[in-house]
Every structure is written in C-alpha cells, then in structure tokens.
Design a protein around this ligand. Sequence first.
Ligand code: HEM
Length: 538
Amino acid sequence: MGLIAIIAWLVLLVIVGIVAFFLYTDYKHGKYFRTRNVTYIGAGFPRMFRFLTGKIALVEAEELLWADVKKAGKSFVGFSDLLSPTFYIADLDLMKNIYVKDFDHFVNRRNFDTPGSDLLLKRMLISLEGEQWKGIRTKLSPTFTTGKIKRMFGIFDKSSQLMCEYMRKRVGSAGGEFDICESYSKFAMDVIASSAFGVDSKSFECEPGVLSEFEQMGKRFQFNFNPLEFIKLMVMLVAPKFADMLGLQAMDMEPQNYFMRVIKDVMKQRRENGERRDDFLQLMMDVKDGLLKGEENSKETLEVMTGTDDGSGAALHSQSEIKFDDDDIVANSVLFLIGGFDTTQSLLIFAAYNLALEQDVQEKLLKEVKASFDKNGGKLTYDEVLGMNYLDMVVNETLRYMPPAARLERVCTKDYKIPGTDTVIEKGTVVALPVIGIHRDERFYENPNKFDPERFTPEKKAERHPLAFAPFGHGNRNCIGMRFALVEVKSVLATLIYNFKLEPGKLTEIPVKFNNNSSLKPANGMWLKLTPRIATEE
Ligand code: HEM
C-alpha cells in the first residue's frame, strides 16, 4: 500500500472514530435524560454539521437550538453538547431561581481541569470556583462601583476623542466609507490599557491597518471557533490529562508573558515612586494592601456583587479568608482585557450599524446628545452620560437584538430539585441559560427582528419579566464590569454621534452576516459611511 493510501486510511479511521464517539455520546446523554423522564432534544447533528463546516455562524446555531428547545414546550429540556448532558432552561422563572434565588446551587461555570496548563486563566475570576470565587469576587466588587467608575470617566473621554480624530483623518472633511471595526478595536484596547494596565496602548498613533504592540498582543486572546479549535477544546474538556501531555493551552503563552511583564513593571514603578492613579490597577493594588476593606459591604458594592440596581440582592459570604496577591492582580487585569475588549467592541459595532440603518433613531439620539454637549460648552460629563435616557434605550436595544454572548452557563454545585417537579439536577451537571433565544423570542418582544429602542421605555421595561433581558447575565455571578462597560460605551457612542452622521454605504452588508468569534461580530467587517457634522447643521 502506498503512502497516500495509508494516510487516506488513517484520515478515514480518525473520521470514523470521531463520528462513532459523537453517536455514542449522544446515545449516552439521551439515556441519561430518558431515565430521569426529561425530554431529550438530542445533540442536533445537522445543526452541528452546518456550524462546523462554516455554513452557519455560532449565533445562528444557537438560534436553531433555541427553536428546538421551544418546540418541546417544556420549562427545561435535556440536550447534548457532546461534552456533558446539559439541562437547557426555557422558563424565565426557573432562570431566575438558577441565577438569583437558588444561586448557591449554581455558583460555578464549566472549567478546564488540565492540571499543568493555563495557569493564569485558572487564577482569573471568570474561572474560579466556590469559596475561592466568592472571596475574590467580594474583594474585587468595590473596584467596580459607580463611584470608582466616575473617577475613570476621563479615560473614556480621552479615548473617545482620540477615536473621533482618528476617524476624521480616515474619512476627510467630505466624509467617506470605511470599516469601523478597526477604530472601535483601537478604542476598546486603549481604554483597557489605561484602566487595567496603567499604560498607553498607542493604538491611535499607528497608521490604518497597523497595530501597536499592545494591540497585537491583546488581539491574540480573541477567540474564533473553527473545527480545529472545537476539537482542541473538546480534548481539553474530555481528556484533560491527555491535553496536558500534548501541551494544549486555551490561551497563547506569548501574550500572557507580555502582559505579565507590562503590569509588573507598572506596579513596581508605582510602588517605588509612591505614584497613584485613578484606574483598576490602582484599585486592585489597594485591594491587595487592604485599603478597600471597609467598602465590601457598602450599598454600592452590593449592587455590583448582587447584580441589582439597589443593592437589594444577597451578599456573598465566603467561609474563609482568601488572599489576593500580585499574581491575582496580573491575572485579573488580563481578564479585564479578555472580558472587556471583544464584548465592548461588539456592542459598539452593532450600535453604529443599527443607527446607520435607522436614521429616525439616530436623529432622535443626536438631539439628546447635542443638548448634553451644549449644556457643558461642547464637553461630555459623567453625569450627562448617565442622564441620557434615549442613549440608554439605544444601547439596551442593541444588547437585546445583537447580544455579544449568545448563551450562558452554570454548573450545578449542590443537587437541585427543580421546583414543582421530581427532577433533580445533580451536582456537576451543566445548565445552559439562553440569551439570544429569549432576546429574539416574539413572546417577549413583538416583531423581535426589528431594531426599536422604544422597547426600553421605563413603562415597557416594567411590563416585561426582568429575566427576558440578560446581556450581562444575572445574579451574583453576572458581569462584574457591566457598569464600567455601559459608561464606556455610552461615552464613545455619544461622542461619535455628536461628531459624525452614520449611514450605510455601498459596502455595507444588509442584513449583516456574523462570524464565529466568541462575542458576536460581523463576518466581513462593518463598512459604514461617516460624514463629519458641520457647524451649519448645529
Ligand atoms: C458590552 C460589554 C460587556 C458584556 C456584554 C459583557 C457580558 C458578560 C457576560 C454575559 C458575562 C457572564 C455573566 C453570567 O454568567 O451571568 C460576563 C462576565 C464577566 N465580565 Fe463582562 N461583559 C462586558 C464587559 C466587561 C468589561 C468591560 C469587563 C471588565 C472590565 C468585564 C468583566 C467580566 C468578568 C470579570 C466576568 C466574570 C464574572 C464572574 O465570574 O464573577 N466585562 N460578562
């Protein structure tokens, strides 16, 4: 047999092996649910095949999955992601129990158990479990309060101005069409560099198409699903020891080392010079030195810790004193980059896209924005940003229609009997919580595929179940950066609209096609026409 024939047989064998593994896993997970009298909707091979072969984006695969979940007509169903039997929750009240009321049963997320790899990832808040997570979340919550974010407003404002200058250079005074993804990427990176690393990203100093060192390294953390990544993650989750033997890592080492170096240098410099700044890095250094200790139970901290607007949720109580050292500072600064960069960029891209398509909405927003700028002699302030109600509605509607994360997860940490049923979710089982599914469900949002900020008037919001909107998750384990992200996004969006009229151009893809980034992104860039607003318009 020739070499080519041997390779062909080997490839065939691997494919047959993978298919057999998938079929067996589907059978095993089906049996798991059937013996517990839970409706099983299967692994959805046709959907998975279309996703893995690039026919549909991750978000479309999720929408198809939600259609299957809904069709079952139950408040929860079983499905298989081929890794573990997963409860998919379809009922908003049950979601509330899992996120909030019975949170103690669902403290964790799914994690990599690879003992020897991704050591930085293992120290990040997003991956921590149980008591360790409670302790670190309690320590970090005072750094994300509105009071602290107000002090960082200068960072958002400066980066917003730099972004608009950069765009103006790109389009000239007559205006023009270009891909706005790059400018937003530079903006999001610049904000994170200043706030979490205490350095200048220099992203706006580069020519179009060129990335600064900070940007290059930061972008190496962007995650794009493709069949190879999918298989790598499966191996890491199903056979962690084997993954370790192969040296597989979820995150590249080179950018990790780069960011560790940057942050340790800045901390050393600040300690040596006694220098202080209004940024996350300083706040985390203060946490380490015990300077924020008294703030852990304040109302503002409870708002962050409990994911509520009035601090009314249950505080976290860690049983043991958890230490927080320089390695925790490094790990969480890198996490703020990973968690805050892609998501913020995604929201900004789609806000601009929807505003370009809906000129009436843009005009209404412009009126509000102009009034805010004019009140302060052409400047934006933190209080004005928070006071713009229509801006808030536009941002929320973007998050509803095109949420950066399509689905969330929890891992059951204590057996949980689903209220009103005999079904028990056993410790260690994965629970999936829909985001885009509910956001585009006509039962909660009439005409869901239309961009309409009027859905977020205070009256409309009050009529809706609070769990029908979950772009940042809910409860104690929601997005700790939510308040930061909202002020950041509103600042730059208001500055953009004040400076430019946005319109679709010749290259704008309508409807937009999505790619397989872990945060929702357009597949082919976001080309829009930007025209600087001239003095005569005012
Ligand atoms: C538009 C922007 C953003 C969106 C849509 C977003 C969304 C999310 C979502 C959906 C989660 C999971 C919540 C859950 O499981 O219930 C999350 C977690 C998290 N996010 Fe964000 N995020 C954004 C910006 C940020 C920023 C700017 C930061 C940091 C500066 C950040 C830091 C985190 C962290 C640390 C977690 C893990 C929290 C924990 O496990 O306790 N996010 N985010």
